[in-house]
Design a protein around this ligand. Sequence first.
Ligand SMILES: NC(=O)c1ccc[n+]([C@@H]2O[C@H](COP(=O)([O-])OP(=O)(O)OC[C@H]3O[C@@H](n4cnc5c(N)ncnc54)[C@H](O)[C@@H]3O)[C@@H](O)[C@H]2O)c1
Length: 330
Amino acid sequence: MNILVTGGAGYIGSHAIRQLLEAGHFPVVLDNLSYGHRNTIPNNVPFYHVDLKETDRIAEILREHHIEAVMHFAALISVGESVQKPLLYYRNNTAGAVSLLEAMERVGVKRFVFSSTAATYGEPEEMPIVETTKQQPINPYGRSKWFVEQILRDIAATDPKFGFAAFRYFNVAGASEDGTIGEDHQPETHLIPLVLFAAMGKRNNITVFGTDYPTSDGTCVRDYVHVNDLVTAHVLAVEALSDGDARFYNLGIGYGYSVREILDTAKKVTGKEIPTVFGLRREGDPAQLFANSDKVQKELGWQPQHTDIDEVIASAWHWHSTHPNGYAVS
Ligand SMILES: NC(=O)c1ccc[n+]([C@@H]2O[C@H](COP(=O)([O-])OP(=O)(O)OC[C@H]3O[C@@H](n4cnc5c(N)ncnc54)[C@H](O)[C@@H]3O)[C@@H](O)[C@H]2O)c1
């Protein structure tokens, strides 16, 4: 299948390209490189340095490559920044998706796989989170994605030929098996890379926000899904989608690990001390967040392969320890 991958130069998109190639598909990448890395994209994959807002240009690309489906990873991803700059997030993530969907409508591309987020649930009232758990996002990042989910429902309601899957990701972690591609966000805000940076001496320490949560060891619990498992669900979805599909799936492994467990595992995996500072709780951090992912397992046959946190952290360590400056050549 010819598939346009937006955000294909980013962390998750770059892993998606690899799997799409392995599965015999033909990915085409669109990325404005605001955060992505050009050198993650294999030479045999067409790349367009284009922004989501360029509707006409996107329509041309869809036409030129006879695109049959779009995997839409491109977005701004920092919750903190979204609170400071809400309009930037609504323009980039919500209006950007609208522009892309308009280009698809114009050309007649009817399959869409969307990167949504567990942040659309906000501080949920039930745990584990199921797809029907009430969505009440508590920041502009979460809302920017929630709006796109609603827009997709509206399109599906009027166009019987349109079919989409929206995946609500929990915490994505790990790197490719060969350690050649991995996470390189600037600035990095995700726990596992930050812990590994502290192990490498790239940062002085790691702060644990809150030690008095009602969890087994007092620190927050999150559901970590390996990037390759996450991407596999996208490949399964794009191959399964048919006319009229409006599918929503959680993507997590179904249980969580605490911040202390991440620290202990990282220490074991790296063999290094991790200087740790214990701080106060952060606003808007629920004690626990983990998915019930029965639906995607049942409907798409998805089965996460890397659920052992030692393995997930070891895969991230393989990447970070061999690429201490990420993709930057130094
Ligand atoms: N990493 C996670 O844990 C996580 C969790 C939940 C959801 N997500 C979602 O997954 C997707 C991918 O996340 P990631 O971690 O790979 O992020 P990333 O920043 O590594 O990748 C996003 C890519 O999108 C590109 N991009 C952003 N705005 C664009 C625009 N207007 N036009 C063209 N390209 C644009 C960036 O240059 C970057 O290459 C995002 O939609 C994010 O919201 C990620």
